[in-house]
Design a protein around this ligand. Sequence first.
Ligand SMILES: O=P(O)(O)OC[C@H]1O[C@](O)(CO)[C@@H](O)[C@@H]1O
Length: 236
Amino acid sequence: MEIEIFSTKKEASKRAFDIFSEALADGATVFGLATGSTPVDLYDYITASDLDFSQATALNLDEYYGLAADHPQSYATFMKENLFNQKPFKETFIPNGLATDVTAEENRYNEVIAAHPIDLQILGIGQNGHIGFNEPGASRDVETHLVELAPSTIEANARFFDHIEDVPTKAYSMGLASIMKSKKILLLAFGEAKADAVKAMVEGPITPDVPASILQEHDNVIVLVDDAAGSKLLGK
Ligand SMILES: O=P(O)(O)OC[C@H]1O[C@](O)(CO)[C@@H](O)[C@@H]1O
């Protein structure tokens, strides 16, 4: 794991943009993308750039169960508003939140991932150490699956909804096994609320209690943090 610490979120996001651009220039064609507040500045840099993704494929990590793609809080809508409307990709994939045949949807999305091996995966991290929606206790062997969201995740994401009761309690998510297949991983974390999760991911034992800690076993991971998120790392 390579860790880089920046004074501000903006500087870290600019570095993320540079890594993204280099990957594209080096021939990457499949990008794994994340939602949430973390990658928004990166997406702003991308939409303001002249990078061309018309030959590229995007695969998203997760989608809320029960939300239609055109629901205002769906991750499909988030991606359109923050990236795809301004920067069209050749093709984009995201789990179908309305799919009620869970096994069929898990299999469908696993086939999508198998057909489009991810060159560069962007990740955020939850305050409880989740990546994608792989909550504490998640098995490292699982691919796309329907997740029961942790109460702390529902609370953290309530800020995007009018009422906490509106936050879906489940989501389809790529599994840890799917994420670990990505050729390169770029994880971003900003703000003091992420400091404990970052420390546990980087310096703690590899444990299902901190799903992101499995990234210590991947040989091509870059972690970009701001000072606040990196404040508990040794040597800080
Ligand atoms: O970036 P945020 O909003 O802090 O969320 C943390 C992570 O949790 C998720 O919302 C769950 O997948 C990710 O999209 C995000 O990277």
